[in-house]
Design a binder for this molecule. Structure first.
Ligand code: ADP
Length: 304
């Protein structure tokens, strides 16, 4: 069993030819509401890849919250630990995607801010019954800190996607087994500007000195780099026709969690996740772009 602790957002997605500049109004191409939020996306990715997954999080008691719960439930995520909070809106992400598949995102956290350490204590049994615990930083940081320390005390494997990035202290990072930032997040959390491989190794070293055991730095269409105390190894991305990079990282992290939960090595997990990330960017949206297990197996077989 994998438990994901994190955010649920309704993604309000606008597709446009180009991004507006400040003060400018432009006419976009189309608009969609798609279930998203890093936590929910990662939980959904895990369910679609065939693993048992439950989510701990909060939505508002509004229509968007109900839609998010229904959508996760339909995809096989255990939603029994997701709390409905009165008097606050469900989290939203306002996303703009241009014709070159670049995105700009504003998140309004809403109910996600209401997930407390008490909620985690209430779901202690859920952490106890898990093998892998996955978290991000779109819910209060103190709650994530509590999740990671509780999970480690219980001997579980922890995966943290440090997004949105903030500086994280030793107490926090000492409970992270696998840290999965993208290149921008790596710079922000390490405080080191990364222009080349040696900078990346230095930035990773800062975080490993604070207790992180393994880092996987995702680099979009350049693939990813795995770094631990033994060294670093690059994994190139698949060449695909990218239409929307939303949720690439979420699908990648979900895939790493699934493979590790199945007892695969981190190297095998990264190969699997690279395929999952590549398929995700070929489709529009967040949860709507996450592939099923069969699709991933066909993709890996066909490109070999
Ligand atoms: P994030 O969405 O967190 O910024 P990335 O964009 O780095 O994450 O994507 C995560 C992973 O998905 C990458 O490491 C890569 O394996 C895969 N991926 C992302 N963008 C592409 C792309 N354009 N083509 C192929 N694979 C991609």
């Amino acid at each position: 069993m994998i438990t994901v602790v994190g955010s649920l957002n309704m993604d309000l997605v606008t597709y446009t030819g180009r991004m507006p500049v400040i003060g400018e109004t432009i006419i976009g191409k189309s608009f969609k509401q798609i279930p998203g939020g890093k936590g929910a996306n990662q939980a959904d990715a895990i369910a679609k890849l065939g693993a048992k997954v439950r989510m701990i999080g909060c939505v508002g008691s509004d229509d968007m919250g109900n839609t998010l719960l229904e959508s996760l439930n339909n995809d096989g995520v255990d939603i029994t630990r997701i709390k409905k909070v009165e008097g606050i809106s469900t989290g939203i992400a306002s996303i703009t995607v241009d014709s070159a598949a670049n995105n700009c995102i504003i998140v309004v956290s809403g109910a996600n801010n209401m997930l407390s350490a008490d909620d985690i204590r209430t779901s202690y049994d859920a952490l106890q019954n898990s093998d892998v615990v996955v978290a991000q930083l779109e819910v209060p940081i103190e709650t994530v800190k509590y999740v990671l320390s509780t999970a480690k005390q219980l001997g579980k494997l922890t995966i943290l996607n440090p997004a949105p990035a903030v500086e994280l202290d030793k107490d926090f990072l000492a409970n992270v087994d696998i840290l999965v930032p993208n290149d921008t997040e790596l710079q922000l959390i390490s405080g080191i500007q990364v222009n080349n491989d040696s900078d990346m190794e230095n930035a990773a070293q800062v975080l490993m000195n604070k207790g992180v055991r393994e880092l996987i730095v995702t680099l979009g269409d350049k693939g990813c780099v795995h770094i631990n105390k033994l060294g670093m190894k690059a994994y190139p991305a698949y060449k695909v026709n990218a239409v929307d990079t939303t949720a690439a990282g979420d699908s990648f992290i979900g895939a790493v969690a699934v493979a590790i939960n199945e007892g695969k090595s981190l190297e095998e997990a990264i190969h699997f996740a690279t395929a999952v990330g590549a398929i995700t960017v070929t489709k529009e949206g967040a949860q709507s772009s996450l592939p099923l297990r069969g699709e991933v197996e066909t993709f890996i077989r066909d490109v070999k």
